[in-house]
Design a protein around this ligand. Structure first.
Ligand code: P6P
Length: 337
């Protein structure tokens, strides 16, 4: 039994050595991001104590009331990442336009897309929330990054990850060579490898969706949800369990570890679904695929193949165990009645 204590820094360096031609630039970028995440953790866990709860009464680009922690997390990530020389631009759920690297700092070869505090409407209820990030290599030659550097298909990501601020704070990431989970040991302030090479189960009787939208879904989606609830002895199928936290990072994290499927389909109100392609669906889909899972837009398209056209565009999402995603698609494609 290995008793090696592997910090995320050590893991990143060892991964870097394994991926030939790595320059160390990427490792430094992830180290800067890890520091920002530790700072967000510090304030998230004491949010109930410090008067930073409650809305700021300002609206973000999504038209949602910005929670003070949202603002804090957004600025912490920007300030941690703007000077390292690894990025040519950033894009955040909290900002309508691209975030420019200040002229005083060198421009790098990557772009960072992030949702600084996903699930923030749950902050006051002490429900697990999270940070989601996606990293692409720039496509423009030099100077300030542009939207073109951000509007890349998800399969081109060079890394993606999320942090879940829950009973413990975990950072889960992939750099395209498997999925690794690190749990923060607050006593030493280090993320330690706790989940090596995460693999999602092939199938599980768990579905995760906001059934409050049932009457707004397409008939095929309603048929799938009705099927989930049925005991079908002739198919050796028991009714599935419904688990829905309403915080994407928590719902996807559970799906990654336990199996099953998380869905946010399109509906008559949100014709493109609710979740954001660039900094929610793409990073989560990259992680789940790297763990052996599947991710589609519910219309038979691989999620990571979608060609983005706008920074904040939404997409329907079906993500999880391959067996479960195939079940959903069989209903949505009308192959099962
Ligand atoms: P609904 C949280 O606001 C969020 O952006 C995701 O974290 C979560 O999966 C989704 O919205 C929940 O949306 O409509 O079910 O409340």
């Amino acid at each position: 039994m290995s008793n090696k204590v592997i910090t995320i820094e050590r893991h990143i360096i060892e991964e870097e050595r394994a991926s030939h031609g790595a320059t160390g630039d990427f490792s430094a970028l992830l180290r800067d991001l890890t520091l920002a995440i530790k700072m967000i953790h510090r304030d998230v866990i004491r949010a109930g104590l410090v008067d930073i709860l409650g809305a700021t009464n300002q609206e973000n680009v999504q038209g949602e009331i910005v929670q003070k922690l949202d603002e804090y997390a957004n600025s912490v990530i920007f300030r941690a990442m703007d000077h390292g020389g690894h990025l040519c631009a950033m894009a955040s759920e909290e900002n309508e336009t691209l975030l420019k690297i200040p002229d005083a700092y060198p421009k790098g070869k990557y772009v960072l897309l992030f949702d600084p505090l996903d699930g923030s409407s749950n902050i006051d209820a002490n429900v697990s929330i999270g940070t989601i990030f996606s990293i692409h290599r720039r496509v423009t030659d030099s100077g300030d990054g542009t939207e073109a550097d951000c509007l890349q298909q998800g399969y081109k990501q060079i890394a993606a990850g999320y942090t879940i601020y829950g009973p413990s704070t975990m950072l889960v990431y992939t750099a395209g060579r498997g999925v690794f989970g690190f749990t923060l040991d607050p006593s030493v302030g280090e993320f330690l490898l706790s989940h090596n090479d995460i693999r999602i189960p092939e199938h599980k009787g768990i579905y995760s969706v906001n059934e409050g939208n049932y009457n707004k879904w397409a008939p095929e989606m309603r048929k799938y949800i009705d099927w989930c609830k049925q005991d079908i002895p002739e198919e050796d199928k028991k009714a599935y369990s419904l688990r829905y936290i309403g915080s994407m990072v928590a719902d996807v994290h559970r799906t990654l570890l336990y199996g099953g499927v998380f869905l946010y389909p399109a509906d008559v109100k949100s014709k493109k679904g609710k979740l954001r392609l660039l900094y929610e669906a793409n990073p989560m889909s990259f992680i789940v695929e790297q763990a052996g899972g599947k991710a589609t837009d519910g219309l038979g398209n691989r999620l990571l193949d979608i060609m983005p056209t706008e920074l904040h565009q939404r997409t329907p999402l079906v993500v999880g165990s391959p067996g479960n995603v195939d079940e959903v698609e069989s209903f949505l494609q009308g192959k099962r009645k």
